[in-house]
Write a protein that binds this ligand. Sequence first.
Ligand SMILES: *Cc1c(COP(=O)(O)O)cnc(C)c1O
Length: 367
Amino acid sequence: MSNTSALLPRPGIDTLMVYEPGRPLEEVAREQGLHPSELIKLASNENNLGPSPKAVTAMREAASQMHLYPDGGAFYLRNALAEKLGISPDMLIFGNGSNELIEFLGHVFLQPGTNLVMSQSAFIIYKLVADSFGAETRMAPMQNFTHDLEAMAACIDENTRLVFVANPNNPTGTRVRNADLKSFLDALPPHVLPVLDEAYVELLDPAAQPDSLSWVKAQRPLILLRTFSKTYGLAGLRLGYGIGSPELINWLGKFRQPFNVNAMAQAAALAAIQDEAYVQQTRGCIQEGLAFFEQTFKELGLEAVPSFANFILVKTGNGRAVFQALQKRGVIARPMDGYGLPDWLRISVGLPEENQKAMTILKEVLS
Ligand SMILES: *Cc1c(COP(=O)(O)O)cnc(C)c1O
């Protein structure tokens, strides 16, 4: 061990928590003495249909150009996405996953003495980012696993800089009503920037999607975060984007490394946004899988939270023990003790045969 005792890291370094991701297939396979193909990963809300075939073709074609640095401005993807969304290209910023954009928001807005407001069981990365900037996190209680927007508003004070609303929320799968969200935004004090994290928004039927984009177009100070990791099945490439006014986007861009989004990701995403059939197929697959899970939980007498995303929260009792028992039998789910829900497990929706097998094994484990 090297001697680090004379080094001077910033205060609090030893208490910073590290995110516990869903366990990688290969790692669990090595540990359990199984082949990765024997495992079912339902831990990270990925799209087990795999990427859009159009994206795969685009990646193959891009492969021979990987000796070149990417276009840091993501010209083609930026313009195509701007056109699809009906906004100007300078209202977009791309990140190495939308996680990176959460970090940019921290760079712009957070420092010691400031705070970030979120719900108790919302995406934990918001808190970890606030911690890393020495800012306080204020967690509002939820109601029926849903953001309680009034409770969130009550947490806001003059030191609040950001309020995060994940809609639909991870890990609870719930969403907030459009009208409620709009009133919440209308009543926010002007020094607070709302961030709507819409990682799962494309899974909603177009008619059920929030009006958030129209609010940005109406020049409301607001950031929307979206990602190619979930619905678009490109989690491995790391690509997310933020939507906001050119001025906000410009601020965020000051903390962006010149080549934060790789060329393969840009090529894949450009193809993926043109594959509406794939998105529709994904929606169908998720709705079917959720219905099957809910049916099974009902048979087992387990409480579950109705979900608008591609995963579901189910009350199994001692979630970590059930997670471990499932893992031994080849199913990787996600324990929820880190979210203050020790009796719950989060299970992502997979392919129909994976869902079947997972429920069979869950029955065995619980009996
Ligand atoms: C998965 C997820 C993200 C981001 O994922 P990236 O892979 O970094 O784009 C962001 N927010 C929520 C709520 C998520 O569930």
